[in-house]
Design a protein around this ligand. Structure first.
Ligand code: SF4
Length: 704
């Protein structure tokens, strides 16, 4: 393809069409045009480009415009993947329509989400049929009707969802996880999810999330169809999403009780139907179906009961081990196990019984498959497929369970995860290194790939990211960095608090709260406090909340609260303080007066006791390297930069970042971390000095 003409087309969109379309609201930024041309080069030359573009550059347009132009001129297709729902929504609602219109149209766009994001018509209709008693409120009934009448059936598309969507309701009205449940569904022809899949297959540019990208690869491209260009935004999340996707799990609901269990009551109907059809031809064969199904149900009951028993043993052992944990470590509620580990003590015999029961479930469904495959009618109506997939599900559950309880694969880390009440919720096995699979996906799924994010480099060095993405040795990958176009030195003050105690000391949170209170009272500007553990959020919330003179509204991300509702309340508050966890470190956009003070409580280090982190640390150490330098430092730098990126969102924003972790000043690694996250910072000797500097920075700009 002719790169020069693509360049000319892309450049003219930025230099002429966008300013024309948006009149005064669009400013031509040289970095944005530069990035768009680099993306164009990579698409035309079939290369991989890893591009860091800091906040304010407008990177979504810098890849969407070239993608639109490339697809139109070449007749090929592109997939754009994001991690957060916020960014996906921004692309769908704002950036893609703008890029399309500015580039002169000519391509079709579509969005495809994971199945759990779409409403299941059959599920909603069954809930509505139960009437008021089952629903609980008329408002919920109306919300469900609105959902049924919506265009896309996306669960988040109808306001009020966060109020109604309990995990139980979601399990009933969202599309089931197992495709087999849909096989004989009478609503399949007007199903929201299948309609979305059809639109995606017919589109030239499809917007998805990272998890769907892996689902598509696992389904050999059946969801997205062939595509030539892949754009991955928020690429710094790819490794975590891949780890999660390839993690094998076994939960107390693995056999019965959830959409993705081996057995669901829907199966009874299918088998009854199969038996009736078979009986028209042979009573003997019909009896075989009946007997095999009875054997299956007996085995399912046993596997289910024994699974519950095994998890009770795991609960007991887990609680025993958890007693020795530190508070923050215990918050992750995960513990590694392996062959002969104490966690499985007392569960060995039960595990063997579960394996045998699962094997019986598989063999009895195999028996039914043998009978039904001779009946064309059962093939045409999808019954044969359903029974086959039940057999597959039983086989997969058995293989997974044995893999998890044998726990001998060296390339995986085995652990259990517990819920809030310290009950073990699953056995899990995660791959220690996903980079080879990621590298293969990025090199092979499309002819060109663009990976971008605001945080990919550590002090200008991309090696940490390239390693994680499996691209360290790629001959086709190149890297590029674009700094923020904002005048950060003038717009943002970065203040450190070396006068505070070490974060490991008991008194730290009390002292940190004293600083926050003084800053909130003196500035009266909206403040976001970024924490790294739930216990910090609840403690700070208690320490900062209060009535009387100088009081300010406090919004804390505690259990059960919706993130969207919290942000709404915070936006409407006067001088409110919002205390949040990981999901507030990125993906939120609070420009101008909506956010003027950002507090980082502690350096967001990886939790060393978290099983996957532990296993990856061991791998680095075994390779003779320093895991702290190689993993922990680059990771904390990227996370800090993400968090700090919440503050300055436009060229006219002004604000202050306050980092309360004294290790940034007093530790051996502090200087290099600080250098990698900001070029300007001031260490304050006292709280008074900090308040004075804040007052100088904000000057006489009006307080909100
Ligand atoms: S096809 Fe599946 S997701 Fe769609 S309505 Fe039927 S059961 Fe629900």
């Amino acid at each position: 393809m002719e790169t020069t003409s693509l360049h000319a087309a892309v450049a003219s969109v930025f230099n002429d069409r966008l300013p024309e379309l948006l009149r005064g609201a669009f400013e031509v930024r040289s970095q944005q045009v530069e990035m768009a041309l680099r993306v164009t080069d990579a698409l035309a030359a079939e290369r991989l480009a890893v591009i860091e573009a800091e906040t304010g550059l407008g990177k979504s347009l810098a890849y969407l415009v070239p993608a639109v132009v490339f697809c139109r001129e070449s007749g090929r297709r592109a997939v754009v993947s994001t991690h957060t729902r916020n960014l996906q929504r921004q692309l769908i609602v704002k950036d893609f329509p703008l890029a399309l219109s500015a580039a002169g149209g000519g391509v079709k766009g579509a969005v495809l989400m994971g199945r759990a994001n779409y409403a299941c018509r059959r599920g909603i209709e069954s809930v509505l049929k139960m009437g008021r008693a089952g629903l609980g409120s008329d408002e919920l009934a109306q919300w469900l009707r609105d959902l049924l009448a919506s265009e896309t059936g996306e669960l988040e598309s109808i306001p009020g969802g966060s109020r109604f969507l309990s995990p139980e309701l979601r399990a009933t009205i969202a599309c089931p996880a197992r495709e087999t449940v849909c096989a004989r569904c009478p609503r399949r022809s007007d199903c929201f999810m299948f309609a979305a899949r059809k639109r995606a297959l017919e589109a030239d540019v499809v917007m998805v999330n990272h998890a769907l990208l892996f689902s598509d690869a696992a389904a050999s491209g059946a969801l997205l169809g062939p595509f030539s260009a892949l754009v991955v935004d928020e690429a710094h999340h790819l490794e975590d999403v891949a780890t999660d996707f390839f993690t094998l799990r076994y939960s107390p609901y693995a056999v019965k009780g959830a959409h993705d269990s081996v057995y669901s009551p829907e199966c009874d109907e299918t088998i009854a139907y199969a038996r009736a059809i078979v009986a028209q031809d042979s009573e003997t064969e019909a009896k075989r179906v009946e007997d095999s199904w009875a054997a299956f149900l007996a085995a399912a009951r046993e596997a289910d009961g024994k699974t519950a028993e095994l998890f009770r043993v795991l609960d007991r052992n887990f609680r025993e081990m958890a007693r020795r944990w530190t508070r923050e470590w215990a918050e992750s509620r995960q513990v590694t196990y392996g062959e002969g580990a104490p966690l499985l003590y007392g569960g060995e015999t039960i595990a063997a019984e579960i394996s045998r029961a699962l094997a019986r479930m598989e063999s009895s469904t195999a028996d039914i498959v043998e009978v039904v495959r001779a009946f064309d009618a059962l093939g045409e109506t999808g019954v044969e497929g359903t029974v086959r997939s039940m057999r597959e599900a039983a086989g997969e559950a058995l293989a997974r369970f044995e893999f998890l309880t044998t726990a001998s694969a060296e390339d995986h880390v085995f652990y259990v995860r517990a819920d809030e009440s310290m009950r073990v919720s699953e056995l899990a096995a995660s791959p220690v290194d996903v980079s080879p699979r990621l590298g293969a996906l990025l090199e092979d799924s499309a002819t060109s790939a663009i990976l971008t994010s605001a945080t990919l480099a550590v002090d200008g060095d991309f090696s940490y990211t390239l390693d994680r993405l499996g691209l360290a040795r790629s001959a086709r990958a190149s890297v590029e960095r674009y700094e923020s176009p904002f005048d950060l030195a003038a717009q943002r003050a970065v203040l450190l608090a070396p006068f505070l105690p070490d974060p490991s000391e008991e008194i730290f949170l009390v002292e940190a709260a004293r600083v926050m209170r003084a800053v909130a009272i003196s500035t009266r500007r909206r403040m976001l406090v970024l924490c790294t553990a739930k216990s910090q959020v609840s403690r700070l919330s208690a320490l900062l909340s209060g009535e009387g003179e100088g009081a300010f509204p406090v919004f804390a991300q505690t259990e059960g609260g919706s993130r969207v509702d919290l942000l709404d309340s915070f936006r409407r508050s006067a001088g409110g303080v919002l205390i949040g966890l990981a999901s507030f470190w990125e993906g939120i956009d609070l420009p101008g007066e909506l956010l003027e003070v950002l507090v980082i409580l502690k350096l967001p280090f990886l939790v060393p006791g978290q099983p996957v982190v532990q296993a990856r640390t061991r791998r680095v150490v075994d390779a003779g390297e320093d895991a702290f330098e190689r993993m922990f430092i680059p990771d904390v730098v990227l996370k800090l930069r993400q968090g700090m990126g919440r503050l300055i969102r436009t060229g006219s924003d002004r604000g202050a970042v306050i980092i309360l972790d004294r290790r940034l000043w007093h530790s051996h690694y502090g200087e290099s971390v600080l250098r990698a996250v900001t070029k300007q910072s001031t260490a304050c000797d006292t709280l008074d000095e900090m308040i004075e500097r804040l007052s100088l920075h904000f000057g006489n700009t009006e307080q909100r």
